[in-house]
Write a protein that binds this ligand. Structure first.
Ligand SMILES: [Zn+2]
Length: 85
């Protein structure tokens, strides 16, 4: 008697990720800056990520803030400059 759960199971859940990028190791985003935010008297360090300039430079990250202004990711050339520091 064979049960369904005896069949070989797919172990990998994220096969589409390309881990060959030497810049981000497949994360698609890199650490761009850190800043300290304060809210209601509590402060926390916040990491700002930017699209990897080598494998994810074309991703659309722009969005409109509630006040009508737009967030835009830093230019890939600026991201690359930060990475080399
Ligand atoms: Zn990358």
């Amino acid at each position: 008697m064979t049960f369904e759960f005896d069949a070989p199971q797919e172990q990998a859940t994220n096969l589409a990720v390309n881990r060959s990028c030497a810049t981000c190791s497949g994360d698609r985003f890199v650490l761009y800056a850190t800043r300290t935010d304060t809210y209601n008297g509590h402060s926390a360090e916040v990491e700002e990520l930017a699209p990897c300039p080598d494998c994810n430079a074309g991703v659309k990250t722009q969005f409109e803030r509630p006040n009508g202004s737009y967030f835009r990711s830093p230019d890939p050339a600026k991201v690359r400059e930060r990475l080399t520091r």
